[in-house]
Design a protein around this ligand. Structure first.
Ligand code: IPM
Ligand code: MG
Length: 361
């Protein structure tokens, strides 16, 4: 029997609640398929800080690096906002990303037919949308130096540095071209080349890299225009590749096409161990209430089955189970619709797990 070792890092806020449901679904997959998932849990973010005084304990970093895949919930919350930057929950996540060398963050945006009315946008604008945001994850102002706040001439000055080497740009753009090749063969590179030199370089390197992919149509767009086009006509996009910061912002925006941030899974890849996590945050305002939407985490687990474990059929089963539960009219509050049955986090997880079991029987 094939055995996979998963580092499970629930994190903060709603993290533990939504992770329970993903584990439930994986448990059913394991029971029905001929595989075994060894799940080892660790603390990350604020919960790790509370216990160990650091948002990324060394043992957790080691455990993650030694695993076949990492499944993460979410980190952060107001409780830890007063902390020094180096101790904040978010540093734990960023440390994990860089420690695992995860430079490519894949955020697929797919609209479920049954959720079309849950989106604030008109049905005709979002129907059939299937786009993929490829966000660079290890560069930009997120990691650039110098950084910090210091006093100069009697006043405070805040500094972050947006920086990319051409090698960093090339590897993420290559990843995006490869992914576009397996899809509709359209790649959009998003930058702010009219203002920022670093993205002028981004555009040049994207164009150069494109010469190796004559079968893929490459276009460029400024990020402000892209933000507007995502709302105006999102159907025009196939694969979008962009910087860490622009990708962070555009992916939150794109999530609303699907009706809720609670529906968006993500995968982060590097050379070795990959990490899977919902695109949403820890939602401290609803933590512990049992109402969070676990579907983005469950769909992230499906991406893990497909991309890290080579189990595409099982992954499709999980995705289909989600689709069927939505079709049957079940919704968490974030995707509530008239006439739908509102369920909590656990009930939603149960429904999906049950469907997975039925589909694999
Ligand atoms: C995301 C999040 C993170 C990011 C935060 C929590 C550090 O917003 O994954 O999009 O900015 O990358
Ligand atoms: Mg974000």
């Amino acid at each position: 029997m094939k055995k996979y070792h998963i580092a499970v890092l629930p994190g903060d806020g709603i993290g533990p609640e939504i992770m329970d449901e993903a584990k439930k679904v994986l448990g059913v997959v394991a029971k029905r398929a001929d595989v075994q998932f060894e799940m080892e849990e660790g603390l990350i973010g604020g919960s790790a800080y509370d216990r160990y005084g650091t948002p990324l304990p060394e043992a957790v970093m080691k455990m993650a690096a030694a695993s076949d895949a990492v499944l993460l919930g979410a980190v952060g919350g107001p409780k830890w906002e007063p902390l020094d930057y180096s101790l904040r929950p978010e540093r734990g996540l960023l440390g994990l990303r860089s420690g695992l060398g995860l430079y490519a963050n894949l955020r697929p945006v797919v609209v479920f037919e049954d959720l079309i009315d849950a989106s604030p946008l008109k049905p005709e604008v979002i129907r059939g949308i299937d786009l993929l945001i490829v966000r660079e994850l290890l560069g930009d102002a997120y990691f650039g130096k110098p950084r910090g706040v210091r006093v100069e001439n009697g006043q405070r000055i805040g500094i972050n540095t947006m920086v990319y080497t051409e090698a960093e740009i090339r590897r993420i753009v290559k990843t995006a071209f490869e992914l576009a090749r397996g899809r509709r063969k359209k790649l959009l590179s998003v930058d702010k080349a009219n203002v920022l030199e670093v993205t002028e370089l981004w555009r040049d390197v994207a164009t150069e890299t494109g010469r190796d992919y004559p079968d893929v149509e490459l276009q460029h767009m400024y990020v402000d225009n892209c933000a507007m086009q995502l709302i105006r006509n999102p159907g025009q996009f196939d694969v979008i590749v962009t910087t860490n910061m622009f990708g962070d912002i555009l992916s939150d925006e794109a999530s609303m096409l699907t009706g809720s941030l609670g529906m968006l899974p993500s995968a982060s890849r590097g050379e070795k161990t990959a990490m899977y996590e919902p695109s949403h945050g820890s939602a401290p305002d609803i933590a512990g209430k049992g109402i969070a939407n676990p579907l983005a985490t469950i769909l992230s687990a499906a991406m893990m089955l497909r991309h890290s474990f080579g189990l595409p059929e099982e992954a499709s089963v999980v995705e289909n189970a989600v689709r069927m539960v939505l079709k049957a009219g079940f919704r968490t509050v974030d995707i509530r619709q008239e006439g739908a049955t509102i369920v909590g986090t656990k009930a939603m997880g149960d429904l999906v797990a049950e469907k997975v079991g039925a589909l694999m029987a």
